[in-house]
Write a protein that binds this ligand. Structure first.
Ligand SMILES: NCc1[nH]cc(CCC(=O)O)c1CC(=O)O
Length: 315
């Protein structure tokens, strides 16, 4: 398939184009790609999807942190962009590495869904109701260390796979409860399965959680222009601060790191936490705020908070 974008003038005088979205084929990835497709179509673009399977989708038995991390979900999509089979790739921003490979750019960050984590259980209404030593499923090191600080008695067991797989493993009786991103559940209409959403004070979200990012080949100004109306500036500022914490900490998903920013009035407030997977160092927390200026100042806020985490003992 040849690349797709030959901008032309629509009757309204706006440039419209044919755009191909590269997407993973999990139900959540397809929902997200369809969501972007619908928004672009509303603006007069002609949009189709190119579904692909990534390495990350094929590895279900091991923790991702052990097999190579976030890049596993984006590499094949980037190859499609590089070879001109697709013009844009829609990602859960949480899964996008801090530094994109040479030649690629984050063209757009969209409005955030619920950024919080959610507790799902057939029997228990919340984590506090779990009996001593109950089994909770998650493979996220961040969720492991934050759960341990809430409830040191819990037995935390690995849980991998896409959302449907994880819920199935819960329903098969392997766990007393599991922790997932609220955003994914809500997008797939699975919100009713949520028993408890954790407030950020209890379980601080991961950098970028709940936000969608759109990746393009650097220099594809036509595509970047088409995506500009989909951007959400306050979300973009918040995730720039969060991702700067991860970057400064050398972040990958093998790091038990949380970073969450909110916009309050004219200020960007950023909180972060780092936990020791071996349980030897107590949880380290840091926070800071700055007047909202631009993406660079948001990133500086993140770098400062990362320095605080390290000063507090985070590695
Ligand atoms: N790491 C997998 C992943 N990537 C994005 C989401 C959920 C939605 C989001 O954060 O946008 C999930 C599932 C989860 O963490 O439970």
């Amino acid at each position: 398939m040849l690349a797709s974008t030959f901008p032309r003038r629509s009757t309204t005088g706006k440039t419209v184009s044919k755009l191909v979205i590269a997407t993973r084929e999990s139900r959540l990835a397809l929902w997200q790609a369809e969501h972007v497709k619908a928004l672009l179509e509303q603006r007069g673009h002609e949009v189709s999807l190119l579904g692909m399977t990534t390495k990350g989708d094929q590895i279900l038995d091991r923790s991702l942190s052990k097999v190579g991390g976030k890049g596993l979900f984006v590499k094949e999509l980037e190859t499609a962009l590089e070879q001109g089979q697709a013009d844009l790739a829609v990602h859960s921003l949480k899964d996008v590495p801090m530094d994109l490979p040479e030649g690629f750019a984050l063209a757009c960050v969209m409005e955030r869904e619920d950024p919080r984590d959610a507790f799902v259980s057939p029997r228990y209404a919340c984590v506090d109701d779990l009996p001593q030593g109950a089994i909770v499923g998650t493979s996220s090191l961040r969720r492991v260390v934050l759960l341990q600080s809430l409830r040191p008695d819990l037995r935390i067991e690995p849980l991998r796979g896409n959302l449907d797989t994880r819920l199935r493993k819960l329903d098969e009786g392997n766990y007393d409860g599991i922790v997932l991103a609220a955003a994914g559940l809500k997008r797939l209409g699975l919100g009713p399965r949520i028993r408890q959403v954790f407030e950020p004070e209890q379980m601080l979200p991961a950098a970028g959680q709940g936000a969608l990012g759109i990746e393009v080949r650097a220099g594809r100004q036509d595509v970047i222009d088409a995506l500009a109306p989909l951007a959400h500036q306050t979300t973009w500022l918040a995730v720039a601060a969060e991702r700067a914490v991860s970057r400064a900490m050398g972040g990958s998903c093998s790091m038990p790191l949380a970073a969450y920013a909110t916009v309050a009035g004219e200020y960007l407030q950023l909180r972060a936490a780092w936990g020791d997977p071996d349980g030897k160092v107590p949880l380290v927390r840091a926070q800071s705020a700055a007047a909202i200026a631009d993406l660079d100042s948001a990133a500086r806020l993140g770098t400062g908070v990362a320095a605080q985490l390290r000063a507090g003992g985070a590695r």
